[in-house]
Design a protein around this ligand. Structure first.
Ligand SMILES: [Zn+2]
Length: 310
């Protein structure tokens, strides 16, 4: 699609988590205008997202790829399509549907988010995030009326009080706590299997900054006081609607871990050598699709040798 003036370019993070690799143009300024043309005079590829947020995948030579359809093939009117943006002159959209169309397999964001290419990763995470939000805003929060989808899927409108509801994202922080030398803290959540460990994380509370959330969560979960809180990178995690803000922080003073037992079952200090030792039985580390994996890899200076949980 031709545009007046310079084209928007997605920002490339210096430390790029799997789901922050988008290369398409979201084309946010033209959503309303584009909607009526989707699948008609615009070459449009449609990604079907099911009720369970599964998408169709085809097994290509270079690995799995999203299986896009034409608008006619998914039997959607332009008004039912959610516009995702444009890339190389092609419009991309999301439609809700079931698994009755043929695909090599149907799978979710967790499974293929790190395996698909940059274009697919960006479109997939946007499509799932919008589907999640649309499903969670069926009713107006003020009066309870059933809302109508508008603006190419980006607004839910209340016909009673004329309120427009926009997509929501909840900020959460995730932090690799280190000792300023060679060790970092990994914890196991109470609900996780015995070998599954990760860095610490939690939601940012109302009226709180992301850095304050880092300091508070680290203290609540393992009773460490931290300083030198540094932002590293971020990744959308629309399961259902989080934005993970990734940090590092250095322990300040006592390094004794005291686990709160409610959220965290256990926590320990691990050295870089331990995370490079492929023969270790514990811990297993977060999978490549997670920002936790990216934070650990960045701190380690290489991919961890010990296996990831799935
Ligand atoms: Zn209302």
């Amino acid at each position: 699609m031709s545009q007046e003036g310079p084209a928007a370019r997605p920002y490339a993070h210096p430390v790029r988590p799997a789901l922050s690799r988008a290369v398409h143009d979201r084309d946010g300024l033209r959503r309303r205008e584009v909607q009526a043309r989707l699948g008609r005079d615009l070459d449009t590829r449609v990604l079907v997202v099911t009720e369970e947020y599964l998408v169709p995948v085809r097994e290509a030579e270079g690995g799995p790829a999203l299986h896009f359809r034409s608008a006619e093939a998914v039997d959607s009117e332009p008004a039912e399509l959610t516009y995702l943006g444009t890339h190389d002159g092609i419009a991309y959209a999301m439609a809700r549907g079931s698994r009755d169309i043929r695909a090599d397999r149907w799978t979710g964001l967790r499974d293929i988010g790190a395996e698909v290419d940059e274009l697919d990763a960006g479109l997939l995470v946007e499509a799932v995030a919008l589907a999640q939000w649309q499903d969670r805003s069926l009713h107006c929060a003020l009066c309870g009326a059933v809302t109508e989808l508008r603006d190419a899927g980006w607004v839910r409108h209340c016909p009673v009080d004329e309120t427009d509801i926009f997509p929501r994202t909840d900020p959460a922080m995730i932090v690799l706590v280190h000792d300023g030398a060679d060790r970092c803290v990994l914890g196991r959540q109470a609900l996780w299997p015995a070998d599954r460990f990760s860095v610490l994380a939690g939601f940012v509370e109302p009226g709180e900054s992301a850095e304050q959330a880092v300091a508070r969560e680290v203290f609540e979960e393992v009773r460490l006081v931290v300083t030198d809180i540094r932002y590293v990178t971020s990744q959308p995690w629309p399961l259902p609607q989080s934005l993970m803000l990734g940090f590092t922080a250095q322990v300040d003073g006592d390094q004794t871990l005291v686990v709160d037992q409610e959220e965290i079952a256990e926590a320990a200090w691990f050295s870089r050598a331990e995370l490079r030792n492929a023969d270790r039985v514990r811990p297993k580390l977060p999978p490549p699709v997670s920002i936790a994996h990216r934070l650990i890899t960045n701190w380690l200076g290489e991919e961890p040798a010990i296996p990831a949980w799935t």
